[in-house]
Design a protein around this ligand. Sequence first.
Ligand code: NAD
Length: 443
Amino acid sequence: MNVSVFGIGYVGLVQGAALAEAGHNVLCVDVDAGKVQALKDGTLPLYEPGLKSLVRENYQSGRLQFDTDLEAAVHHAQLQLIAVGTPPDEDGSADLQYVLSVADTIARHMRRYQIIVDKSTVPVGTADRVRAHVSQVLADTGRKDLTFDVVSNPEFLKEGCAVDDCMRPDRIIIGTDSPEAEAVMRELYEPFNRNREKIVVMDARSAELTKYAANCMLATKISFMNEMANLAEKLGADIEMVRHGIGSDPRIGYQFIYPGLGYGGSCFPKDVQALIRIANGVDYDARVLKAVEARNNEQKTTLFSKIFDHFNGALRGKTFALWGLSFKPNTDDMREAPSRVLMEALWKAGASVQAFDPKAMEEAQRIYGSRDDLLLTGTKEAALKNADALIIATEWQSFRAPDFDLLGERLAQPVIFDGRNLYDPQRLKHRGFTYYSVGRQTL
Ligand code: NAD
């Protein structure tokens, strides 16, 4: 089946490659000519485990193509997948300009029945807006007789295991009331729907809300657990014990109940904000979501407060080793990463940072450029040299079992501020470290 994908980001590129791997003929287009050229030259714009070989093999086989020619994409396929960004507007609501711009392009160039599929995360009612816009353009250009359907097909991939999520999705949500569109969508996803029925068909509004509900539920779990962690610290309890204690209840489960520095990334922060705005728009005060967001924003500052207190506020001239820049492991994405809030607070207080991340070094360089108070080091050990303390902001696997003797030697002071609870407090105490973590007592 021919498929066109608009937007070559995390969603467009990974989903495009997965569809090509399944045998579809996929044309991915983007307005970013540099990105398209780099892909043609074999350079990926982002890091995802397993993506490089998947893209290379399918590109070489001809089933996956990259281009900047948006009109060609309209003619390439009946199925038009929209996977462009929906960043927060100034007031936190989702900015739909890119989605509507693609809808406009499709409307202006379509010559036959088309299925316009929204994979971007969009406010409830966007399928209706896209439908109205396309109808208007067709009417204005004298092509009223052309027919089309708009389908909401939200994407649930997780950065860090996006390839696996696309190849083996938990569920495939198809929001449409058109039997014709549903049949084509079922055919598209047939290769991914083999071991059990994963397709759930519903109306477009419910599909749009399903995506927000999923992300907001997960964000709520994280904020709830961070609240419990803060309470545990004040009450003399150990949040890791509490986590085991509640996670063993199958109604709660172990996933997404890790205390930490707050959620980041390109989705949870913006989707929680967007749903608050969507609720506002229908005169509903989304109090739970507001609390989730407020807790998260505060959580990003908690480790800095511990650092500040430990050094009695005297941070000017201090140097901190920072392990982890990406908002979570296995990605180079630093959008809304807690590490950024932390670094910016340290810089503001006059401290400097020596940082290492297994994948996000280029991204950090791109965001912060060269500045005197940031040294990006080639290894995690190099970041430690003469630092006044080590800070851990991301739970990369390679940070879990460091050489503590070397750590003690390299650091000017044996102090660790761990925002991800990677180590055992007792063991670190025996090794002579002052060890701060989240939701546990500092021994
Ligand atoms: P991204 O920012 O990584 O990529 C978006 C791409 O769209 C960019 O390359 C941009 O140049 C391109 N673009 C913008 N306007 C265009 C146009 N008119 N025509 C063609 N290309 C255009 O975004 P992303 O992270 O892939 O997210 C895309 C959507 O999917 C968002 O709505 C996001 O909320 C949602 N989503 C993201 C994830 C995730 O983990 N990143 C997961 C599920 C859903």
